[in-house]
Design a protein around this ligand. Structure first.
Ligand SMILES: [Zn+2]
Length: 402
């Protein structure tokens, strides 16, 4: 009797096991059949092409799914919309990239756009040096709008590692500051990522060869705007879990998964800041810590000679409005406005995030962020500091009375 029961159960077990095995495998593939239910994989994820419709249960859509490029949902949210075409207080944009100001007519054209945005002073951060710098300064000086523009100088990275290249670069920087540049920058990401020495080795951000440059800036009391690394996701494989997949898919040269590590570059940068406490550094793009504001706070706490700038990281601030607001209030003396590429239509997004309490609104560039933004509703006192007062304190060469 007992034997019959055991045999019966065994017989029953086999098909059951078979069903779940096949069901698992089958149901995974079955789930990819439009509208058919399946189960999550062992990792708890749904198989590709399906989504979870109930806990542990996946289904494939029975309409052809759009690519992430083509799926552009129309928000049904009805919420307050306070567009801000012009900043509440005059702005100094310390991180400007546009066509050369030395080109005829450029200054006149741009001033009209700056007026609309309430950008009082635009600082060209295009690493100008020597003749290019002289021509640009002359164009500004000759224009009726001479107090609307300023220029940062570049560092000569032509012969990294050659004997005396650091001293030569320092002399050139000093000459450029004497010509009229109000600081250095934007020291580009290639410093650390791609610039190599004659022996083929990567030039590290904390390479002592450049000490004469940083010491010169300390002696002249002018700051350096420095871009180190890139968003951390740029150092990760561009797979389907990479938050910046679209940007990496659009711009192959931004893929750094096989390059020096993000943390290595940040360590070198911090060594540089630590070794030159009298030099004023502005970490461009919030030091690429906008997604990790505690880390940004640690940077500012450890280095009183460091400020941060906001170019091209609005997407990370606007998705955490409360934490970002707290950060801005806590470090209100250490944050400077900068935009990066000069696209007038994009500035109002910054104003709206900083000045309003608006919710769930679009960001201006899909390949940066597929998520929505929220306003930080910053106090006026903080806005004034971020918009122009901190820049006026840091850059002696800015026009007075902004
Ligand atoms: Zn940059």
């Amino acid at each position: 009797m007992l034997l019959r029961i055991v045999l019966g159960l065994g017989l029953l077990g086999v098909p059951l096991a078979w069903v779940s095995l096949t069901r698992g495998a089958d149901s995974a593939s079955m789930a990819q059949q439009p509208g058919v239910e399946g189960v999550t994989s062992d990792t708890g994820d749904c198989p590709a092409g399906t989504t979870e419709v109930r806990p542990g249960s996946c289904r494939a859509p029975d309409l052809p799914p759009p690519s992430i490029l083509d799926y552009r949902p129309r928000s049904t949210l009805v919420t307050e919309e306070n567009l801000v075409p012009s900043a509440k207080f005059p702005v100094v944009d310390i991180h400007g990239h546009m066509q050369s100001l030395a080109e005829p007519g450029v200054i006149e054209d741009v001033v009209a756009e700056l007026d609309e945005l309430n950008v009082q002073v635009y600082v060209a951060a295009d690493n100008l040096s020597g003749d290019r710098l002289v021509r640009t300064i002359e164009a500004i000086e000759a224009s009726p709008h001479r107090d609307r523009f300023r220029v940062l100088a570049g560092i000569d990275f032509d012969e990294p590692g050659a004997p005396g290249w650091g001293e030569r670069a320092a002399r050139q920087v000093e000459e450029d500051i004497r010509t009229g540049a109000i600081g250095v920058g934007e020291v580009s990401k290639s410093f650390g990522l791609t610039i190599t020495k004659a022996d083929g080795s990567r030039l590290a951000v904390d390479d002592p060869d450049l000490d004469p440059v940083w010491e010169t800036l300390a002696r002249l009391d002018v700051p350096a705007l420095i871009h180190t690394a890139e968003p951390p996701e740029f150092f990760e494989p561009p797979d389907f879990e990479n938050e910046r997949w679209l940007e990496l898919a659009l711009f192959p040269d931004r893929r750094n998964a096989d390059n020096v590590r993000f943390e290595q570059l940040i360590e070198e940068r911090d060594n540089l800041f630590r070794r030159h406490p009298d030099t004023k550094f502005i970490a461009a793009h919030l030091g690429w810590h906008a997604h990790d504001l505690e880390r940004a706070a640690q940077l500012l706490d450890e280095f009183p000679n460091v400020w941060v700038e906001l170019g091209a990281v609005l997407y990370d601030l606007g998705r955490q409005p409360r934490a970002a607001r707290d950060f801005f209030i806590r470090y209100q003396d250490r944050i400077l406005f900068g935009k990066d590429s000069f696209q007038p239509s994009e500035y109002p997004y910054y104003w709206r995030v900083f000045e309003t309490a608006d919710e769930y609104f679009d960001y201006y560039r899909d390949y940066h962020a597929f998520w929505k933004l929220y306003g930080m509703d910053l106090p006026d006192e903080v806005l004034r500091k971020v918009y122009h007062e901190n820049a006026a304190t840091l850059f002696a060469g800015l026009p007075s009375g902004i």
